[in-house]
Ligand binder design. Structure first.
Ligand SMILES: [Mn+2]
Length: 331
């Protein structure tokens, strides 16, 4: 019996959990010669998914010899949980399914062994597509998980939804009532999330048009970033007409994760800002990270990058007469 390890990113979100859970089941059901071992960081979000197969930590997996590996929902070397284990497996036996692309340090996986669709809203969307294509029946539980993965990566079908996303959701054997129930459960905050939401503070240091929020947790271990991937957090840190760009700094020990947001009317390039902050993203939503840094340093970098981008932009705030963010576009 050969062994295949299933991996995903650190700080699992629902797409990570649901895509790994689904892939593990699919492999188990279709390859009787393979033992599937999920090597995944624990997450409070587990309570929201169906099935919940056994998983082990990197420490527990250290002495297991894997023949194959499958990486789901991540394409960035330093974001993978268990990269040291993956590297022990020959390159030709590494597989990947993901919807991220163009990252700084990509994983070493042969072209023919990976499915990467940057246009897909979630890894769970790609899995649904493949199952549908191959006419593999989708169980109720798996459908529920695939739905959750798509719902969470699109913030409840609000962002990044394409025709394909809608088509795939319709392929899932779920009733409207079941979908509503899943969305309700997804949105429901856990006690830990409620506590974190109350801890968000507004940074006093002001820069015109940029509002900074912070959530600083002194803990060294554990990743709280998936906990703040909830609509209530997005609303709390949203960019507004008054402050067309917002930045949310989540500090966990010495590591910082930043979420940049802007209103569509503003043309300040927050993707470039995010790239300078070791990240990337989309036009109105992007993210970056700083490892082993200080809050003061992170703050200074963000403000300086913002000021540079503001200088290049023509974004003005129509509702506030006479107040402009950045240069006025020559007529
Ligand atoms: Mn994803």
């Amino acid at each position: 019996m050969k062994k295949i390890g299933i991996f995903t990113h650190k700080g699992c979100d629902l797409d990570a959990l649901c895509s790994t859970e689904s892939m593990a089941k699919i492999i188990e059901e279709n390859y009787s010669n393979l033992e599937v071992i999920s090597i995944i960081q624990d997450s409070f979000l587990r309570e929201k998914i169906k099935g919940n197969r056994h998983f082990i930590t990197v420490e527990e997996a250290r002495d297991i010899k894997l023949d194959y590996i499958l990486v789901c929902d991540v394409n960035e070397y330093d974001r993978v949980y268990g990269i040291e284990i993956i590297e022990k497996v020959p390159k030709e036996n590494r597989y990947q399914i993901d919807h991220h692309d163009g990252n700084r340090v990509e994983l070493e996986i042969p072209q023919g062994n990976k499915i990467i669709q940057p246009k897909a809203a979630a890894t769970c969307q790609i899995i649904t597509e493949k199952l549908t294509e191959k006419q593999i029946p989708i169980s109720k539980d798996m459908a529920y998980n695939l739905y959750l993965g798509m719902a969470s990566d699109t913030s409840g079908f609000n962002y990044g939804v394409t025709e394909k996303t809608i088509e795939m959701v319709e392929k899932l054997p779920l009733t409207e009532v079941e979908k509503e129930e899943a969305l309700r459960k997804m949105i429901e905050l856990t006690d830990q999330q409620k506590e974190l939401l109350g801890k968000i503070e507004e940074e006093e240091r002001k820069t015109e048009g940029l509002k900074i929020y912070k959530l600083l947790e002194p803990i060294e271990n554990g990743d709280i970033t998936p906990l703040v991937n909830a609509n209530q957090f997005q609303e709390r840190i949203a960019a507004t007409e008054e402050n067309p760009v917002s930045c949310f700094i989540i500090g966990i020990g010495n590591n910082y994760f930043i979420k940049l947001r802007k209103i569509p009317e503003c043309d300040i390039d927050i993707v470039s800002m995010a790239i300078k902050c070791n990240g990337g993203g989309h036009e109105t939503r992007s993210a970056g990270r700083f490892y082993n840094d200080t809050y003061e340093n992170v703050l200074a970098t963000i403000i300086s990058e913002y000021e540079q981008e503001r200088g290049k932009a023509s974004c003005s705030i129509p509702q506030q007469k006479g107040k402009h963010i950045g240069k006025i576009k020559p007529q």
